[in-house]
Ligand binder design. Structure first.
Ligand code: GAR
Length: 196
């Protein structure tokens, strides 16, 4: 099987990006080839530097009203895109250039607590405010709508009476770190098997 080059898109601290990098470090067929970030100074850029992975800092104008960086991604031979805490909506142009080849992780049980403005801490605050007894993670294909594409995987956690947005965030991060790399690997392998 030929090497599949993965680009991780992230906007923040990048703990999921780090887990993905660690998991695929010695993988024979899947390589984290590029880190794409929209936020100068974001932790994920330091991770890229430490791990000696090329990074691409993207700008709003070119992303939403230009070529959506399709050519740059092709120049880096990117085959597959993994969103890991990436907070901009993915433009249609990019979705069309990578059909069924972009996946996202969302820190709640979609279709609940998704959509515009529902990211990171805001998700956990809304879940706690609604007195939910469980939350979880959703991994899904990306289409042109926020948190909308076909679901691939969900995992759940219980919310206890004393839980806060912070303690829930910790539980969710633990679930993400446990499952995201494994699911990314499975999705890419399934794609490869379909091509064969
Ligand atoms: C993760 O919890 C991820 O699910 C969430 O941002 C966090 C990034 O953490 N993504 C969204 O809310 C997307 N709607 P990280 O930077 O430590 O990986």
């Amino acid at each position: 099987m030929q090497t599949i080059n993965v680009a991780i898109f992230a906007s923040g601290a990048g703990s999921n990006a780090q887990k993905l990098i660690d998991y695929f470090q010695k993988h024979s067929q899947i390589k984290i080839a590029l880190i794409v970030c929209n936020k100068p100074g974001a932790g994920v850029l330091t991770i890229a530097q430490n791990e000696k992975i090329p990074s691409l800092l993207i700008e709003k104008e070119q992303f939403f009203r230009g070529n959506a960086y399709v050519e740059e991604l092709k120049q880096h031979n990117v085959d597959f895109i993994v969103l890991a805490g990436f907070l901009w909506k993915v433009p249609v142009q990019l979705v069309k250039a990578f059909p069924q080849h972009i996946i996202n992780i969302h820190p709640a049980l979609l279709p609940n607590y998704g959509g515009k403005g529902m990211y990171g801490r805001f998700v956990h605050e809304a879940v706690i405010a609604a007195k939910e007894t469980e939350s979880g993670i959703s991994i899904h294909y990306v289409d042109e709508l926020y948190d909308h594409g076909q679901l691939i995987f969900q995992a759940r956690c219980t919310i206890e009476a004393g839980d806060t947005a912070d303690s829930l965030a910790q539980k969710i991060h633990a679930l993400e770190h446990e499952h995201y790399p494994v699911i990314v690997e499975k999705v890419i392998e399934d794609l490869q098997n379909r091509v064969k």
